[in-house]
Design a protein. Structure first.
Length: 255
DNA sequence: ATGGTAGCCTTGCTA
């Protein structure tokens, strides 16, 4: 089973790119982030015509996550537990062929010093709590999404320039490590130890043609999922297309 | 020193 994660930066603006990529790669499960539309506005018919079931949660203009699946989608839930007052659409779960799939969009947190950064850290504490509960299921689980965390300086093109950025803060990285230290696996790093492999390149200042990016999209696997990992890779081709998202898909295959 | 891109709607905010 091939599982992909892709921050599309608006599903409506990116529909053509997404449809052509799905036809070409045909992943079994696709987790989308920053869909930026209400459930009622989601272009589901086009995706269903390619054989995908859809589960999504969204809000106007910001955030929004979805799961597409060729096999049946079961037991869909939305929202990250731990803060009933949190209205932001950043979390959706579903089960596909016995694998619990999460599509998550972790808060960016910039600028550090604003209230956005403590919101990010508190959100990560809730993520860690939910990850503990999911581990207790003793089932394969994939936490797929835009984490807005560069785990190490090897995951950012300019570590000095980003030393004050929320994506590279020691607190952000420490919480990501706390997640992994519970027993979760960063699937990409199992298969590719090379530094400076990226999933995001800013639209500005020619970052894409210069390959000046960040690795912030991750496929985080529970032990039962990690035991089934065959490969994980970044597909850079969508980033080079016309009207591209600033992120490109990351994928893994489970036996 | 500045501005540079993209998407959405709040023509400013978020990233």
């Amino acid at each position: 089973m091939i599982v992909a994660s892709w921050n599309v930066n608006s599903i409506k603006a990116r529909l053509g790119n997404v449809l052509s990529w799905l036809e070409e790669v045909r992943p079994d499960v696709v987790c989308l982030q920053e869909t930026k539309c209400l459930e009622s506005d989601f272009p589901g018919l086009e995706l269903k015509s390619l054989g995908y079931e859809l589960a999504c949660v969204g809000q106007r203009a910001y955030n929004g996550v979805a799961i597409l699946s060729r096999p049946k989608l079961e037991d869909v839930t939305t929202g990250l537990p731990g803060d009933p007052g949190d209205e932001q659409a950043r979390w959706i779960e579903a089960t596909v062929e016995g694998v619990r799939i999460v599509s998550l969009y972790l808060p960016n947190g910039n600028p550090v010093g604003s209230d956005k950064f403590p919101y990010k850290l508190a959100w990560m504490d809730r993520l860690i709590a939910r990850a503990k509960a999911l581990l207790a299921l003793e089932r394969p689980v994939v936490l797929a999404g835009d984490y807005n965390v560069c785990p190490t300086d090897d995951d950012v093109y300019d570590p000095i320039g980003f030393r004050h950025d929320a994506l590279c803060q020691p607190e952000s990285r420490a919480k990501f490590r706390t997640l992994l230290n519970l027993g979760w696996t960063d699937a990409y790093r199992i298969f590719d130890p090379e530094p400076h492999k990226y999933t995001f390149w800013d639209y500005q200042q020619g970052r894409w043609p210069r390959d000046e990016g960040l690795r912030i999209d991750h496929l985080v696997c529970s032990p039962h999922a990690a035991d089934r990992l065959l490969r994980a890779w970044i597909d850079k081709s969508p980033r080079g297309k016309e009207r591209a998202s600033d992120h490109t898909p990351i994928l893994c295959e489970l036996a």
